[in-house]
Design a protein around this ligand. Sequence first.
Ligand SMILES: [Zn+2]
Length: 280
Amino acid sequence: MTRRTFLAECASLCALTMAPSPAMAETTGELDFPLLDLHVHLDNSTIDKVLEIAGQRGVKFGIVEHAGTKENIYPVVLSNDDELRGYLAMLDGKPVYKGVQAEWTDWMGCFSPEMLGKLDYILTDAMTMPGPGGRRMKLWELGAVIGEAQDFMDRYVAWHVSIMEKEPLDIFANVSWLPGGLAPDYDALWTESRMRQVIDAAVKHNVALEISSGFKLPKIQFLQLAKAAGVKFVFGSNGRYPKMGELAYSIEMAKKLGLRKSDMFTPAPDGQKAAQRRLK
Ligand SMILES: [Zn+2]
């Protein structure tokens, strides 16, 4: 055996026999935590069909149904304890986390703290914002009134902070998303000061930030600041059937940032969820 073949043999043997250790993970680019997609919607599908996809992709899902008053228009909106109980029963025994996507600012009044405490987590985003007259405005819809970009950004950042201050949230989703006309100016509009305001609120209120593969957001600079500040992260697809569990962007960013298991949010144990910490 020449030195060359010996080294080649050794390399392939080592590759076979050495289990990846946390110390190695950084150099091999492997993640040291299981893949979760905590932003999965059941719209136009069923839990059993969605579970087939979870198996195919090797990703554990967290299901989020919309929750709030019936003034929020979605295929399903859970609006009271009985509806929430029915939703939890539908998911009972399934290998998924049970969450909701909270809508607008008045959703807490729809449910008792006890029922909210039965969820694994509560997620929301800032994409519905007060518009003219303070009425709820879905920023992704045609006709949303955005106005002057800098003024919009200041109000939008304040809206993020206000949501995290006032609502018992575990996860903030679709972070840094911008309405269509502003998206090309993302890098200029998300100044460091604006990013820091959102990140500081997340740290202060113990809210995890989503790395969205659906939107490919936030961008790396935002995520670097968030990581340095000690934010916990979540992967999310915002996927409707059959797009759930597609996490390419989230995984790519996690590898670039060198995220470890300790950087990742997992649903809190009973008694420590946001609804239980903050609705007393
Ligand atoms: Zn969603």
